[in-house]
Design a protein around this ligand. Structure first.
Ligand code: DX5
Ligand code: ZN
Length: 214
């Protein structure tokens, strides 16, 4: 069954512990943690310190999405903070394979992220080494943006790449995912759906998660 990963970016930042508890009770599978540094993207969020503070209050799988330059500097602090899956943008690195190995030897799963305008051909070589590929369906930096429809076709092509090579990579989709497009994203091949505003902004979070799951 598809996993739902609500993005903490859309939570009420003055009530984070309760917000995390609320989505856990509502049936979320993962907690998606958007780490932005104000350089790779024009926004700044939070880092390892905040994640570490939340860790004892949740059993959710902690999935950190790095939107930073120099992602290698974040591996150890995020491992320490209790992150289980660490994804970084292919656009931010020269030595993708080295960073994947660094993440895995720190004891985390590794994922690679592509912006909407980045070609799937860039991950051809790294694919067998990563646990997950995250396809951005909006340009990263902010929550609450509109899903880019061409993402559906890109998910399908990625799914074909993975199955044609008998690989096991998870496909995660992030940006503008909600009740109205969850089904098509799942049908195209997604395994993990990130949803920020569609979950945290819903009057009934349990119902929203169930409907996105389809
Ligand atoms: C965007 C972030 C997303 C974002 C998703 O840069 O990577 O995770 O929080 O938010 P929604 O679901 O509201 O588009
Ligand atoms: Zn994200």
């Amino acid at each position: 069954m598809v996993k739902i990963a609500p993005s903490l970016l859309a939570a009420d930042f003055s009530q984070l512990k309760d917000e995390v508890r609320s989505i856990e009770e509502a049936g979320a599978d993962w907690l998606h943690l958007d780490i932005m540094d104000g350089h790779f993207v024009p926004n700044l969020t939070f880092g390892a310190g905040l994640i570490k503070a939340l860790r004892p209050h949740s059993k959710l799988f902690f999935d950190a999405h790095l939107m930073v330059t120099n992602p290698e500097d974040y591996v150890e602090p995020l491992k320490e903070a209790g992150v289980e899956m660490l994804t970084f943008h292919i656009e931010t690195v020269t030595h993708a394979h080295r960073l994947v190995e660094q993440i895995k030897s720190a004891g985390m799963q590794a994922g690679i992220v592509l912006n909407p305008g980045t070609s799937l051909s860039l991950i051809d070589e790294i694919l067998p080494f990563v646990d997950m590929v995250l396809l951005m369906s909006v340009n990263p930096g902010f929550g609450g943006q509109k899903f880019i429809p061409a993402s559906v076709e890109k998910i399908r092509r990625l799914k074909q790449m993975i199955t044609a090579r008998s690989l096991k990579n998870l496909i995660q989709v992030d940006g503008g995912v909600g009740i109205d497009n969850g089904a098509i994203v799942i049908e195209a091949g997604a395994d993990v759906l990130v949803a920020g505003s569609a979950v945290f902004g819903a009057p009934n979070r349990k119902e929203a998660i169930a409907k996105i799951r389809g």
